[in-house]
Design a protein around this ligand. Structure first.
Ligand code: FMN
Length: 174
């Protein structure tokens, strides 16, 4: 049993404060490389991951996401890298596949010594004409749904403590 790895899984936390510095290119590649090894229904590898670092696009995503929330702050907490995960509605398991990739990306970020947090509202963002336009600009096919994002960067400060696990989380008949 690899106890170290089990402890590693338990030690991942959502990070919501980031340093301004961009992450190293090899760290980004390592996270993306591991993320795409998530399991997918029938091994179809249905999700598409878009990594955004360019300042202008990042600001556009911040504005689009905040608009869905009806707020004016940065829903990506100032993280310098945003990973967007999409799935094709035509694939029955697209949502589960994309969620698996999001989870793998979070764990890979943790393994790479980066801070990360899952961010929501990408479905609504990419249902707008502006969102569709961005997908076209990126050369992505029609029919992709935004499933979620990972805000990624170097953590600024300590990871928070995990909440206690609820008592009835697991039911065992052994
Ligand atoms: C589907 C989903 C959506 C989430 N959306 C957001 C979000 O929009 N903003 C945010 O700050 N955290 C978001 N989170 C992170 C959760 O709040 C976080 O995972 C939870 O509080 C548990 O903390 P931990 O990740 O440190 O264990 C989301 C997590 C999931 C799984």
């Amino acid at each position: 049993m690899n106890k170290e790895l089990l402890e590693f899984l338990k030690s991942r936390r959502s990070i919501r404060a980031f340093k301004g510095e961009q992450i190293a290119a090899d760290a980004l590649d390592a996270v993306l490389d591991a993320g795409v090894y998530a399991p997918t229904g029938m091994g179809k590898q249905s999700p598409v991951v878009v990594a955004v670092q360019d300042r202008e696009t990042r600001e556009q995503l911040v504005r689009m996401n905040a608009q869905v929330m009806g707020a004016s702050g940065d829903p990506y907490y100032g993280a310098p890298t945003i990973l967007l995960v999409f799935g094709p509605k035509s694939v029955e398991t697209y949502l589960k596949d994309a969620c698996n990739v999001l989870t793998y990306l979070l764990l890979a970020a943790h393994a790479a010594g980066l801070g990360a947090v899952w961010i929501d509202r990408e479905r609504e963002m990419f249902e707008t004409e502006e969102g569709r336009e961005l997908l076209r600009k990126w050369g992505l096919p029609d029919g992709l749904t935004g499933v979620g994002a990972v805000a990624l960067g170097y953590a600024d400060g300590e990871a928070p403590r995990p909440a206690a696990r609820k008592k009835d989380y697991v039911v065992k008949f052994v």
